[in-house]
Design a protein around this ligand. Structure first.
Ligand SMILES: Cc1cc2nc3c(=O)[nH]c(=O)nc-3n(C[C@H](O)[C@H](O)[C@H](O)COP(=O)(O)O)c2cc1C
Length: 178
């Protein structure tokens, strides 16, 4: 099993990236093979050609393609921006399609408000279905992200417990489906 954790915000001051790193840390502790797709780092241009139709895909796209082919589980960590997931995520992921097909998806949403990005989470489930993914039905919401970390360390025990519970269920489903 190989998991891609996708960090979806490309903003300079992004808070959801801390959550993505925390998820990665917890998955590493379980000795499960994973990698981080940070859309800010890959910084793909506005979509012109999808990978399959691209006349000259660059190294970044080719590397992503081979990593996605090796990956069978996706965990998207996304902020809520104006009631949905950010364009930075969709623009990056839309370069590919069959690379996601019939693979397992989990959703973690993040917001500064009380609702934890629940609208983004629901929209992402729909998006993952469109990509022909198999979506883990529960999602993890992350309200008030600005209060959860001190100096990059997760300091909220309640949220840490909810994250562990979510990961346990998600990983159990992912293993069953391998
Ligand atoms: C353009 C924009 C739109 C936003 N819209 C929402 C929103 O609809 N609901 C919400 O709870 N928070 C919203 N926020 C606040 C984010 O939830 C907050 O920035 C949080 O830290 C997660 O996003 P980030 O990872 O980009 O920092 C918005 C932030 C930005 C930059």
């Amino acid at each position: 099993m190989k998991i891609a954790i996708i960090s979806a915000s490309a903003r300079p001051g992004r808070q959801s990236h801390q959550v993505a790193l925390e998820v990665k840390k917890r998955i590493d502790k379980l000795s499960i093979d994973s990698w981080l797709w940070d859309v800010k780092e890959t910084n793909l241009p506005l979509l012109d050609y999808t990978f399959d139709s691209h006349p000259s895909p660059g190294e970044t796209l080719k590397n992503l393609k081979s990593r996605l082919d090796e990956t069978n589980v996706f965990l998207i960590v996304s902020p809520e921006h104006n009631g949905s997931y950010p364009g930075s995520l969709k623009n990056s992921m839309d370069y590919f399609f069959q690379e996601y097909s019939e693979k397992v998806f989990g959703i973690v949403s993040v917001s500064a408000g009380m609702l934890g990005g629940i609208s983004a989470a629901k929209n992402l489930q729909q998006y993952a279905n469109t990509l022909q993914g198999i979506v883990y039905p529960p999602y993890l919401i992350t309200p008030k992200v600005q209060n959860l970390f001190s100096d990059g360390v997760l300091s909220d025990d309640g949220y840490a417990g909810r994250m562990d519970k979510f990961l346990k269920g998600f990983l159990a489903l992912a293993k069953k489906l391998q």
